[in-house]
Design a protein around this ligand. Structure first.
Ligand SMILES: Cc1cc2nc3c(=O)[nH]c(=O)nc-3n(C[C@H](O)[C@H](O)[C@H](O)COP(=O)(O)OP(=O)(O)OC[C@H]3O[C@@H](n4cnc5c(N)ncnc54)[C@H](O)[C@@H]3O)c2cc1C
Length: 469
């Protein structure tokens, strides 16, 4: 009998781990809370429209993951040229910033101020180095106050709902890799050889079915092997453990409770949720750390608009404070098949906290709010909105505050004490990552488990990136 691994969560990380184990001849049982698979990278069909949970472009430096996705999507894969911009003061600024475009769009006095600010901060930094101790300092040091206020600070504060002095510099270093004002100018004047990840301009997107097709294809291949199962609509009640082993997972589906004995358990559900399910409960210091970890939620408001296109962009950031919506995406620009001819669908994202006022707003109020914001920004006319609907995601972004690292470490150290349990993926590691990271994590984790090797989750992706470049 081959080993059977239980996997919690059927997002890309869980599916990728399951897929790798199944290909290696083992069997898996995936347990998913929702009635669909794909997690944050799922897609939904609503009438004639295909929607994703916000904009999802797939790109990777990892050759194995790249090949895997191309093979999974086969003829459904097509390449797109990225266009994403910042909409500010009635003008579109390319994102990542492009010096020529900034110069054309900003009034001369503001440009001069931005330049002087930049010189000032560099001089200040030369005398007394500014520490990279929070998002604000990280960006100020590299761009100066004016550009920080215009493009980075206001947007980040709006999206995260906390001051940028309280946001970890990790967020900046992961999202605005290697960029500074000087890099931005260099990039405009010369073509860099090694394009940083944030500047990658081409990406893959399925022609039909939305980004969720990657998950659907992984799920299909898992189900095609006899003995494997993916159960959706499952409520996990308990993860039982004793000594250094996890022993069983108790779950309920359609009113029937089962206690599934566990040989090996992989969890890709949020770290905090998994810890709450442990029975007996983990030590108090671990639970205290768990309680400090926070997630930003997103309310996605989808508007069907009666015109062929609103913008040419895949997505547009809206940093201005008088607008509640912080980003819009237009799926027709990802695939022409995502909406019928003559109509388009825009997803407006509003970050919030779980169960706060925004989260609890009803659909008509949210549709009204998003419509008004887009109209105020001059992007649509209110009467063009034919219909609107809403989806909510509680665990959209792990919140990188100034202390998250030490608390995540304490939680993961507890989990590392088990010999047959692994917490992985974006949610399981409380890591801001992309689809390719979750796919790569699942792939490497699966391979290590097949080979019976120890798994160091902190190094999982480092190893993979150094192998595949
Ligand atoms: C708005 C937005 C835009 C994004 N854009 C991009 C992009 O352009 N490019 C890109 O590469 N990445 C993007 N990402 C990131 C990408 O979506 C994620 O990194 C990736 O999908 C994470 O996969 P995962 O399996 O690790 O986690 P998830 O997708 O979160 O999967 C976890 C799974 O666990 C399930 N689960 C949770 N709790 C339980 C429970 N108690 N019991 C059972 N199951 C449970 C969830 O339902 C889910 O299916 C974006 C993310 C967001 C939020």
């Amino acid at each position: 009998m081959s080993r059977r691994t239980t996997i919690l969560g059927a997002g890309l990380a869980g599916l990728s781990a399951g897929h790798t184990l199944v290909k290696g001849g083992e069997t898996v049982s995936l347990l998913e809370k929702e009635d669909y698979i794909g997690g944050l990278a799922a897609s939904f069909k609503v009438g004639d429209y295909t929607i994703d949970l916000g904009p999802h472009r797939f790109h990777t430096r990892n050759k194995r993951v790249h090949t895997q996705v191309e093979e999974l999507l086969a003829t459904n894969a097509h390449w797109k040229n990225r266009l994403s911009r910042i909409y500010l003061r009635g003008k579109f600024f390319n994102y990542p910033l492009n010096a020529g475009n900034v110069v054309r769009n900003l009034p001369p006095w503001l440009l001069a101020k931005a330049f002087l600010d930049y010189l000032w901060v560099r001089a200040k930094n030369a005398v007394k180095p500014i520490p990279d101790d929070c998002f604000q300092n990280w960006v100020l040091k590299r761009f100066g106050r004016t550009l920080y206020d215009l493009f980075f600070g206001t947007y980040t504060e709006k999206a995260w709902g906390i001051p940028c002095t309280q946001v970890s510099a990790d967020w900046a270093s992961q999202r605005i890799t290697l960029l500074s004002l000087w890099d931005t100018v260099k990039k405009t004047l010369f073509r860099p050889k090694n394009v940083p990840r944030t500047l990658v301009s081409k990406f893959i997107y399925p022609k039909h079915g939305g980004v969720g097709q990657i998950a659907e294809r992984l799920g299909e291949e898992i189900r095609n092997h006899p003995g494997n199962s993916i159960q959706t609509g499952v409520r996990i009640k308990r993860i039982r453990w004793a000594g250094d082993k996890v022993t069983s997972v108790e779950y309920e589906k359609n009113g029937v409770v089962r206690d599934e004995p566990v040989e090996l358990l992989v969890s890709t559900i949020p770290l905090t949720v998994a810890l709450e399910l442990f029975d007996p409960a983990p030590p108090p210091d671990v639970m205290k750390s768990k309680d400090t970890l926070r997630y930003k939620a997103i309310v996605f408001v989808f508007l069907i608009v009666d015109r062929p296109k609103v913008t040419d962009d895949h997505w547009v950031y809206l940093p201005e404070k008088h607008l509640r919506v912080h980003r819009i995406s237009e799926f027709k620009n990802f695939s022409e098949f995502s909406a019928p001819e003559g109509k388009t669908l825009v997803a407006a994202e509003i970050t919030c906290n779980y169960e706060d006022e925004t989260w609890n707003m009803d659909t008509p109020a949210l549709v009204k709010l998003a419509t008004a914001d887009l109209a105020t920004a001059g992007l649509i006319q209110p009467h063009e909105v034919l219909e609107g609907f809403v989806r909510r995601e509680r665990y959209s972004y792990p919140l990188y505050d100034l202390v998250y690292r030490e608390h995540v470490k304490r939680c993961l150290d507890f989990m590392k004490g088990f010999t047959n349990f692994h917490s992985s993926g974006r949610q399981g590691l409380f890591q801001y990552g992309n689809m390719d990271h979750s796919l790569a994590m699942g792939l490497v984790l699966g391979e290590k488990l097949l080979r019976g090797e120890g798994v160091d989750h902190d190094k999982l992706l480092e190893e993979e990136e150094s192998v595949d470049g």
